[in-house]
Design a protein around this ligand. Structure first.
Ligand SMILES: Nc1ncnc2c1ncn2[C@@H]1O[C@H](COP(=O)(O)OP(=O)(O)O)[C@@H](O)[C@H]1O
Ligand SMILES: [Mg+2]
Length: 348
């Protein structure tokens, strides 16, 4: 098994001497960008999620600065809405190590999957085996909804969630090479699509209207998801009780996809444009092309993810011809039809 082998490798390759324990001691702590700069920066990449981005950044800064307040975050959102990317962008700017763990790979005892210790070891690896750094890193646990068992057919799922409680509470872990990993300053972010949770919310709001509810006023007013919704969905109560911030990514609409293509620093279209420009070719196109790309990408329910596939397809033939004739062309004119048929362009 890969994980076990990796552990073995670590032990074999000199064990303790790899650890830069205390390497940062005595050094000044690297400065963290002011929160408003962080927000402004992340927004250059993540489009259409301004409110959520601010909430996530606030929760993470709270975890860093307000040490006495633990900050466990849950990000709910459909595929391709920017959950992972937002967290990556923030971690990159904070210069903290992070790891993205797929909850479905883990089992309670780790007999046939990984266990919580494996997650921490992965984070340690991401921190170049600097324990101090790893302990202040970000642990992103994805697909957490897949471990929520309403129909209890996946009893082990709920058990995994319960085994994660220790991490959430900030316990110390003994790793396989006699290192103690203290999770008290770890930033933990759970992510999941939670498909079907809208119905739970709708039901709750319906109940609220006819007055058969025991919810607090503040819960009723909240238009996001409540802890009760998550329990209804099948997350154990003691797990939900330890989530401090619940945020919900907005489903991306056509106009959001258009804006991602036009403005985001992650825009694949802009990257092609830049590559061509670097090759001395200026790209000509009708501004409506973004809507065509967005509309085609929207056919699949994978949010902004599909934009890359669409744009890669569009430029396939163009790139081939540019590479086949270096220096020959200075202009590439895209027709709107190129979105459906990638031979619809002119090089001159
Ligand atoms: N809101 C967004 N703004 C800009 N790009 C986005 C956005 N959401 C997704 N993307 C693009 O789609 C890719 C996949 O997004 P990701 O964050 O991994 O989705 P998920 O919500 O499934 O974790 C990203 O790498 C990014 O290029
Ligand atoms: Mg993701």
């Amino acid at each position: 098994m890969a994980i076990r082998n990796k552990k073995k490798q670590i032990q074999d390759s000199g064990g303790m001497k790899q650890f830069k324990k205390g390497a940062n001691q005595g050094k000044k702590r690297r400065s963290i960008p002011p929160i408003q700069n962080m927000e402004r920066n992340v927004r250059q990449y993540i489009v259409g999620q301004d409110e959520v981005v601010r909430k996530i950044i606030t929760a993470i800064y709270r975890a860093i600065y307000l040490k006495s307040i633990k900050s466990n975050i849950l990000v709910i959102g459909k595929s391709g809405t920017g959950k992972t990317e937002t967290l990556k962008q923030i971690a990159k700017r904070l210069r903290i190590p992070y790891t993205i763990e797929d909850a479905t790979k883990y089992t309670k005892e780790g007999y046939y999957g990984g266990d919580v210790e494996d997650m921490l070891e992965n984070l340690l690896e991401a921190a170049d085996y600097d324990l101090e750094k790893a302990q202040r890193g970000m642990l992103i646990i994805d697909e957490i909804d897949k471990k929520a068992g309403k129909d209890t057919s996946d009893v082990s799922g709920v058990e995994v969630l319960k085994s994660l409680l220790k991490i959430i509470e900030g316990a110390k872990y003994y790793l396989s090479f006699d290192e103690v990993f203290d999770t008290k300053n770890l930033i933990i972010v759970f992510c999941g699509a939670f498909s079907g949770i809208e119905d739970i919310k709708k039901k709750r709001l319906g109940r609220g209207q006819i007055g058969f509810t025991t919810l607090h006023e503040s819960d009723k007013k909240q238009n996001g998801y409540t802890k009760e919704d998550l329990v209804q969905y099948g997350l154990p109560e003691e797990f939900v009780g330890r989530i401090d911030t619940i945020v919900e990514m907005k489903p991306l609409e056509k106009e959001d996809l258009v804006q991602i293509l036009k403005k985001s620093r992650l825009s694949i279209f802009r990257r092609y444009q830049k590559e061509l420009r670097d090759a001395g070719i200026s790209l000509q196109y009708n501004g409506k092309i973004f809507e065509e790309i967005a509309a085609r990408s929207l056919k699949l329910d994978t949010g902004a993810r599909e934009l890359s596939n669409t744009v890669n397809y569009m430029f396939e033939d163009v790139i081939y011809n540019v590479m086949a004739h270096p220096g020959r062309y200075s202009k590439c004119t895209l027709s709107l039809e190129i979105v459906e048929d990638n031979t619809k362009y002119k090089l001159s």
